[in-house]
Design a protein. Sequence first.
Length: 200
Amino acid sequence: MSKSLLVVGGIVGVLVLVVLLGFAIGVPTYNKLVGLEEGVDGAWSQVENTYQRRADLIPNLVATVRGAAEFERGTLTDVVEARAKVGQTQVNGAPTPEQLEAFQANQDALSSALSRLLVVVERYPELTATQAFRDLQVQLEGTENRIAVERMRYNEAAREFNTARRRFPASLIAGMTGFDEPKPYFEADQGAEEPPEVSF
């Protein structure tokens, strides 16, 4: 009887040790993954915030341009339509790879339309001479820089999360607690390594 009691006691002791060790490793790892995921979500919010700032500046830019010069309506229409598409893209929390791709496609279309607008505007010296337009142009340039910075910060947060969730023993905890999906990265557009062609 005492021998079987020792065996049962040993098994119970081992199980208690395994449970305690699991808590000692699992809880801090889980908490770290939660913190890192919140960091990714926060960084994503900042990306959306800077893109929203750009979208908010566009109506003022369009109104200023429209008021100062009558020019190619197609370009102006492209900007307004691209901004509308950006407004329709909804992402809650950090995006999935598919959501990020759709989000970036709409943002790229808006960037392209804005670039065409600014090139067309250069043909209108009276427009570029207005203080309101110069101020808006400076704000847009600053916003583009902010977008680049926030995208970089998001990528850093995503990398930190992705690295942590792949390391052992976090990879075991991640699989059991819903942290098994990696966060997608912003990537350079195809052909970004080629310098843009400028022609007048």
